[in-house]
Design a protein around this ligand. Structure first.
Ligand code: FE2
Length: 223
């Protein structure tokens, strides 16, 4: 066995799954007559849609050219999946916005809210096989046909060219969704590769993790 290969999808896919499942759960239990709860949901759904769109953009800009250089046939179906996801998200966003905008005492809002929940659940159903395809077929192709250095360089460019605010947003959803070992790898990678961003990244970790998780992470990083 050689050194473990870099799994570029691991942390962000865990984060997106966690956000999708948690948002669906909250939509399922929401009181659609409560304006404060609906406002919080609206913000959460908006953030989720932005994260999903950003993720597609990063894959297409950075990962696809690497895949295409070695296995051109794999990129077409990925692009088609992404186009279908984007079309679904556009419709979902427009529909959810209409429901969020209904009056709190509109007797139809809870029923329409149920449809928001079911529509997101349908999105999850088409999205999960796509994530799995990237984690299996695409990752195997990357590992077979690219060196560790090429993958690390591409991934480094993806992270390095992300606006800092977007990167902070990704860390916010990734850190609570991954395990202690992966957290240490993620922050250790930032410390080594983007030292000027490290204190910001550590501040995000401290904010989004529990006190125990944060101390455990600090111990792993100093060990
Ligand atoms: Fe993708």
């Amino acid at each position: 066995m050689g050194a473990p290969r870099l799994d570029v999808y691991r942390d962000i896919h865990k984060a997106l799954r966690a956000e999708l499942f948690e948002t669906a759960r909250r939509l399922g239990r929401a009181d659609w007559r409560d304006p404060a709860e609906v406002e919080a949901l609206q913000a959460r759904v908006g953030r989720l849609i932005t994260e999903l769109r950003d993720h597609v953009r990063h894959e297409e800009e950075h990962m696809h050219p690497l895949i295409e250089r070695r296995v051109p046939g794999l990129v077409g179906p990925l692009r088609a999946d992404h186009a279908a996801q984007e079309a679904f998200l556009d419709e979902f966003e427009a529909f959810a916005e209409r429901v969020f905008a209904m009056a709190a005492d509109d007797p139809m809002r809870p029923r329409a809210g149920l449809e928001v929940y079911r529509t997101l659940s349908r999105f999850i159903a088409i999205y999960l096989p796509h994530l799995e395809h990237e984690e299996t077929t695409i990752t195997r192709a990357l590992w077979e046909l690219s060196t560790n250095e090429e993958i690390a360089e591409t991934y480094g460019r993806l992270i390095g060219t992300m606006p800092r605010e977007e990167l902070r947003g990704s860390l916010e959803i990734m850190l609570p969704a991954i395990n202690p070992h992966e957290r240490a790898e993620l922050l250790g990678g930032i410390r080594a590769g983007m030292p000027d961003f490290y204190s910001e990244a550590a501040a995000v970790a401290q904010r989004v993790l529990s006190a125990e998780e944060w101390s455990a992470l600090q111990r792993e990083l100093s060990g």
